[in-house]
Design a protein around this ligand. Structure first.
Ligand SMILES: *Cc1c(COP(=O)(O)O)cnc(C)c1O
Length: 466
């Protein structure tokens, strides 16, 4: 198994190389050269496997022999042993033919753990074998930082520095990051905004000397291994509902398109998925695109579902590659045009294929609150403002009521308690593993919004077992 860039001009890489590379050198995203395909009888034989065993079976072909089978199995089992539900991603019935797959039983209560828990272990394994280290640097507005920290904590070959805007993330979000006692975890509260944090991270990556010296790396959502790990739960849900002998539909609250693209990959691998419904908040570039065929970027506006507040969906480029008949040149020119004009043009055939497979549905904040209340009253489910967008989209656009519909629940309600309480009057409780979050000791450095100062700080801390 080898990996090619969506823009066709970067070197073809093996799995371990793609893992560490992240973005391709031509600005594109890596994807498998060909999709592994599971025939129906092989899919049928996956029924009844534990989540970890299923994950090993589904992901094995993507490794191309670059990680030993037993070692990989060990990493996968270890990654999912830390989830606090025996099923890892339990499937719950909401309605006659509507199901909820809970992807939030990992350490930070959001779906990103499913991929990142494995990613951190894969990084550590590959780096350890090469005798290399890496410094992960990232900025967070609150939500993704903790998932990255939990993924990297206690990993031998990794230091992680997460910048957050001082005083501008919620207490739960800050504490999820700053109470991790591991020596390789470094939290920096910047006296500035999230944009200041992000600009600093960009500047560090843009400084070749610093980048080289610190061996900077990222665990962002365009990393192929994250998509790979997410494919598994689509198989899990579909198998539980009768695949491969019966089709399934999925509804997915969507931001950067990483989650739903993994579903698309599962379909390419032989899973009988007939439709995807994409849920978006007011930052609805994808929903508008599916409705009108025109992809047009606008400014980002804050919403009750901050993890879906995006201007453009970075992983969409992977789907675009297929819509352009897998022609890297065509993707490159489409993306260049998009950057210059803010408009993306897609070949008609590719657009038709996308519109026949994907539906979009948008909820503003008001509708999000109403939907949270509605679900709580109808079936007692407390849904967070991201997950409810999937469920509402599934109900609104349910393409064929005879086909089971699974909606992806991407965050635990206690991660967004204010919105849930506003909608229902019920304050969701943190699960037992985080119940003492407010008693734990915090550890972080407050620093001025000054690039040199932060870079000097990182230099002194890398590799130090504080
Ligand atoms: C990241 C995230 C999303 C969006 O997922 P994408 O893969 O970016 O589409 C949705 N909900 C929650 C809670 C998230 O953390």
């Amino acid at each position: 198994m080898r990996y090619i860039s969506t823009r066709g001009e970067a070197p073809i890489l093996e799995f371990d190389e793609v893992l560490l590379a992240g973005l391709a050198t031509d600005g594109g995203l890596y994807i498998p050269e060909t999709w592994p395909h599971f025939p129906a009888d092989e899919i049928r034989a996956m029924r009844g496997l534990s989540y970890a065993d299923l994950a090993i079976r589904i992901m094995q072909p993507f490794l191309g022999g670059r990680i030993g089978e037993d070692e990989f199995a060990g990493l996968v089992r270890d990654a999912y042993a830390g989830f606090d539900h025996a099923a890892v991603v339990p499937l719950k019935q909401l309605d006659d033919n509507l199901w909820l797959m809970e992807l939030f039983h990992g350490p930070t209560l959001a779906f990103k753990d499913v991929a990142l828990q494995l990613l951190g272990r894969l990084f550590d394994h590959v780096l350890g074998r090469r005798g290399e280290r890496i410094t992960i640097v990232g900025a967070t507005s609150g939500d993704t930082g903790s998932a990255a920290i939990e993924a990297c904590r206690d990993r031998e070959a990794i230091d992680i520095f997460i910048l957050h805007p001082h005083g501008r993330v919620s207490d739960v979000q800050r504490r999820q990051m700053t109470t991790v006692p591991s020596a390789n975890v470094h939290n920096i509260a910047i006296e500035g905004s999230f944009d200041d944090c992000q600009d600093m991270v960009k500047a560090m990556f843009g400084d070749p000397g610093f980048r080289q010296e610190m061996r900077l790396g990222a665990v962002n959502s365009i990393n192929w291994a994250r998509i790979m790990a997410q494919i598994v739960y689509y198989f899990r849900a579909a198998l539980a509902l009768g695949a491969p002998d019966r089709p399934v539909n999925f509804a997915v609250p969507t931001g950067n398109f990483g989650n739903v693209y993994a579903g698309y990959a599962a379909r390419e691998m032989g899973l009988p998925i007939s439709q995807f419904v994409i849920g978006s908040n007011r930052n609805d570039i994808l929903t508008r695109f599916i409705e009108t065929g025109a992809m047009e970027a606008r400014g980002v506006e804050p919403s009750l579902s901050p993890s879906m507040d995006i201007q453009v969906s970075s992983n969409f480029e992977r789907l675009l590659f297929d819509a352009c008949d897998r022609e890297g040149v065509a993707v490159k020119s489409a993306m260049t045009e998009f950057r210059e004009t803010g408009r993306l043009t897609i070949p008609q055939g590719g657009m038709d294929a996308i519109q026949s497979l994907f539906e979009g549905h948008r909820l503003d904040d008001e509708q999000t609150l109403t939907a949270i209340k509605g679900e709580q009253e109808a079936n007692g489910a407390l849904l967070d403002p991201h997950s409810v967008i999937g469920v509402a989209a599934a109900r609104a656009k349910n393409p064929d009521p005879a086909i089971p519909m699974v909606s992806m629940a991407t965050a635990h309600p206690a991660k967004f308690p204010e919105a849930v309480e506003r909608a229902t009057g019920i304050r969701p409780q943190l699960p037992p593993r985080l119940a003492d979050l407010f008693e734990r000791e915090e550890r972080y450095d407050v620093m001025a919004n000054n690039l040199e100062g932060v870079m000097a700080h990182i230099r002194t801390r890398v590799g130090v077992k504080a």
